[in-house]
Ligand binder design. Structure first.
Ligand code: ZN
Length: 239
């Protein structure tokens, strides 16, 4: 899919809604081939970059790309969407709603080891993603992490301190827990896809699996979470 040949906005949005509508089904059917970030962070990726990835993996069979370019200053993305870090696509799409540019890179073939499809954020160089983010001021990347001993807290990373702080305050005020990410998931490297906007800094949100499950099963809670992020985005744009 390219900018010129991709699905129109209506098709894109309806696709996401459809997937959200079936969330309960595929969450229950959750297999064990997902690749939550915290597990992957300690493992070598199968592919060093998208060029290697695309030689082996089939577009629209193993993975797919959703792209909506609205030329907004902030891009929302899920570089490990679909089955790679389940729920990250849906949360990213809900944050973007119909108002912000959106990019989803999704593992879609059931029953395969989806962590193979994980290209770590500092080496995530799929051309449409780097072009979209590179043409915006900043980006918010949504990821999924393993619960570990903390199934509630969003880990905040990225180089955009002002937007990150605003999101942390807004999410906290909405009743969610959020803290600075541990070093391995801090997202501070300039090459991290979230930091490739013209400002040189973006935001990375790592949601634990339990929280992702809750958000996907409770549309009002998902709305509450995403409204909090969007409020911070809007405030940063008008600052
Ligand atoms: Zn991720």
């Amino acid at each position: 899919m390219s900018r010129s040949s991709g699905p129109d906005r209506r098709a894109h949005t309806s696709g996401i809604r459809h997937r959200c509508a079936t969330t309960r089904h595929w969450t229950i059917a959750w297999d064990r081939t997902f690749a939550d970030e915290e597990i992957v962070a300690t493992m070598a990726d199968r592919y060093a970059n998208f060029a290697e990835f695309s030689k082996e993996e089939k577009l629209d069979f193993d993975y797919r790309i959703w792209l909506r370019d609205l030329s907004t200053p902030i891009v929302v993305l899920a570089p490990h969407g679909g089955w790679i870090e389940p729920g990250s696509s849906e949360v990213a799409a809900a944050i973007a709603s119909e108002d912000y540019s959106l990019y989803l890179f999704e593992g879609i073939r059931r029953g395969r080891p989806h962590r193979d499809l994980h290209i770590t954020s500092t080496r995530f160089d799929e051309p449409q993603a780097t072009q979209l983010v590179g043409s915006a001021q900043t980006a918010i990347a949504v990821h999924g992490r393993r619960d570990g001993n903390d199934p509630r807290t969003v880990w905040l990373g990225g180089r955009n301190a002002s937007l990150g702080t605003a999101i942390a305050q807004s999410i906290g005020a909405a009743g969610f827990e959020i803290t600075a990410a541990e070093r391995s998931l801090a997202g501070r490297e300039p090459l991290n896809i979230c930091n490739r906007g013209t400002s040189g800094g973006g935001v990375q949100l790592e949601l634990p699996r339990t929280l992702r499950d809750e958000l996907l099963l409770d549309v009002l809670r998902l709305q509450l979470f995403c409204d909090a992020v969007r409020e911070a985005m809007l405030a940063s744009l008008s600052a």
